[in-house]
Design a protein. Structure first.
Length: 340
């Protein structure tokens, strides 16, 4: 189990991480979701030991690792750009870590070969060992990077946007593979990403990092259905967040959130009186295959989105520039304390 306790990191006057409390349990695929600049890479670099926190502690299985040299932490790191050696073969790239690690480097060629072959088999690259790393596909390069990390049997694996350099089809295939490989190994993976879809698909647990803090860490379905604050909701790209004052109905003051797929639309003045509702102007629509997204503007300028599933359409025909009532079940909304 990896534990960060009140970890902070500043660069000059800028705070990258601000009192982060974070736990990655054993044998877990942990996804860390955050926007660009949220501090994701900084967090991984502190765990790996490439940098030290200004404050706070980092422990692995109960023992402090902050302050320890990086190469003694037994932590694997898979970089976004794979960082393979271009002049080495696939097998040589994988074996490199075994030969050169600071802690008990291997010299026995038979053992190096056995462990390299096992790592290549684990990532589905048996038979590719002799190839140059420029003679394989992007997805295969990603798997070499993973094999190179896994061959050293790290206690936890950190993955920095590992699918970022892959095209969309390959990305979804690699999602399944990464999950399967982790399950076979039984070590925890900490995978950082800016994509909510990737985080929710991959993670046994998903943490949201914003403004240098962990906003929420939960099972993906809990996070998606019950974001605990406006910042977590905003990262899921599925929730409208607006001021309760816009609504007709008996609501507490402050920011509220309603999911894109839980809002209904009626002609102006026809919202059922039992449901909270607000007026908004229809801007435009967007088809995304099986779903359609409609955009509205509320009186205070807030942009609202409504998702309609084409197999079960709920929305009337909408006219651009015309006002509508947007309404929802009272139990569909979430209210948060503090600013939106
Ligand atoms: N070496 C550094 N010197 C100064 N500022 C830095 C340094 N490294 C990171 N920062 C700043 O710290 C903040 C967090 O950066 P970090 O790279 O951790 O974000 P990130 O979430 O990984 O972003 P991205 O998804 O864009 O890679 C940013 O504001 C960044 O500009």
């Amino acid at each position: 189990m990896l534990t960060l306790n009140q970890v902070s990191r500043r660069y000059g006057g800028a705070t990258a991480l601000d009192g982060v409390d974070f736990v990655v349990p054993e044998n877990t695929y942990m996804a860390l979701l955050g926007a660009s600049g949220a501090g994701k890479t900084t967090l991984l670099r502190l765990i790996a030991g490439f940098e030290e926190p200004d404050q706070g502690t980092i422990s692995l299985n109960g023992a402090r690792i902050d302050g320890q040299p990086s190469h003694l932490r037994d932590i694997g790191f898979v970089f976004q750009n794979f960082a393979l050696f271009p002049h080495l073969t696939v097998a040589e790239n994988v074996a490199f870590g075994l030969r050169h690690r600071a802690h008990a480097p291997l010299t026995n060629e038979a053992e190096i070969k056995d462990r390299t072959d096992a790592a290549l088999q684990l990532v589905g690259l048996t038979g590719f060992g002799h190839r140059g790393v420029s003679a394989i596909s992007g997805g295969q390069r990603q798997r070499v990077a993973l094999a190179r990390t896994l061959v050293c049997e790290p206690r936890i694996v950190l993955l920095d946007e590992p699918l970022g350099a892959l095209d969309a089809n390959l990305r979804s295939r690699m999602c399944d593979e990464l999950k399967a490989i982790r399950e076979r190994l039984g070590v925890s993976f900490l995978h950082v990403t800016g994509s909510e879809t990737e985080a929710l698909t991959m993670g046994d647990q998903v943490a949201v990092l914003a403004n240098g803090r962990i906003m929420q860490s939960d099972a993906p379905d809990t996070l998606f259905s019950h974001p605990g604050n406006a910042e977590a909701a905003r990262h899921l790209n599925a929730w409208n967040i607006f001021d309760a004052g816009l609504c007709r109905g008996d609501l507490r003051q402050g920011p509220i959130a309603v999911r894109f797929d839980q809002i209904d639309v009626s002609a102006k003045g026809t919202a059922p009186s039992a449901r909270p509702s607000l007026h908004a102007t229809y801007l435009t629509g967007e088809f995304n295959g099986p779903t359609a997204l409609s955009f509205f503007r509320a009186a205070d300028g807030t942009l609202l989105q409504v998702v309609d599933h084409l197999s079960q359409p709920r929305l009337p025909d909408l006219v651009e520039g015309q006002g509508y009532d947007l309404h929802f079940a009272a139990d569909a909304l979430r209210q948060f304390h503090g600013a939106a």
